[in-house]
Design a protein around this ligand. Structure first.
Ligand code: NI
Length: 226
């Protein structure tokens, strides 16, 4: 499932991130690419020793964790520290799949990458190209979102970023180890949760909505790994 999560960042958070990123020193994006991805990755990334990276990570992670749509879609168990990248002057990232297992910098913990997220800091009017293209069983899907919005998609997909031919595209990208590793199960839980919320908004807590809520939690109990 590919999902657009609008307004992840508040305007104040977006402004702070843009200010922190404006003075950043970028390095070659090959630093975090696996061997296949390294062959096709042409962009720049914020290095781990950037003084402002901790604050940027704190803002992005907190904004996602408090977002009910992100939570319902990703069902996060552990979220890897976000990265930050910049594409300009024709930079792009060719077709690749994200590594299944990753470690946070300086941490011995292994994370399984179930859900990939890209959060946009630049408005689509400020650059040309740079579409994120994701291939799944239903075809190819394109994302080029307003600043402050995020796209969430399964890490199992092949995906690429089209060349940025004018301006600069600055984003955060990150991986989540979900409590539910299977995309189709997450999708079913998301649909069920979404419709329970709509029913509760329309009908209130009736015996039926309470029973469906119980059903949701029992499915989550059955499928979740924590
Ligand atoms: Ni990727």
């Amino acid at each position: 499932m590919m999902l657009h999560v609008p307004e992840v960042l508040t305007p104040a958070e977006l402004a702070e991130c843009r200010q922190l990123l404006a003075s950043a020193q970028w390095q070659d994006g090959l630093a975090t690419a696996g061997t296949q991805a390294a062959c096709v990755k042409r962009n720049r990334q914020l290095p781990e020793n950037t003084p402002t990276i901790a604050r940027l990570r704190e803002i992005v992670t907190a904004a996602l964790v408090r977002n009910p749509l992100f939570f319902s879609a990703a069902l996060p168990n552990r979220i890897l520290p976000p990265y930050f990248n910049r594409y300009e002057g024709g930079e792009h990232y060719g077709n690749h799949v994200d590594n299944a297992i990753r470690r946070a910098w300086g941490s011995p913990l292994n994370y399984r990458t179930d859900v990939s997220t890209t959060l946009f800091f630049t408005d689509p009017d400020d650059y040309e190209g740079g579409e994120l293209i994701v291939e799944d069983a239903y075809g190819t899907h394109e994302a080029r979102l307003p600043a402050g919005d995020a796209i969430v998609y399964p890490s199992t997909t092949l995906h690429h970023v089209e060349p940025v031919t004018a301006g600069a595209r600055v984003c955060s990208f990150l991986w989540t180890q979900s409590m539910v590793r299977d995309d189709w199960k997450r999708h079913m839980l998301f649909d069920l949760d979404t419709n329970i919320q709509l029913l509760r908004a329309n009908l209130g807590d009736t015996a039926e909505t309470v029973a469906l809520t119980s059903h949701y939690h029992n499915l989550l109990r059955l499928w979740a790994e924590t």
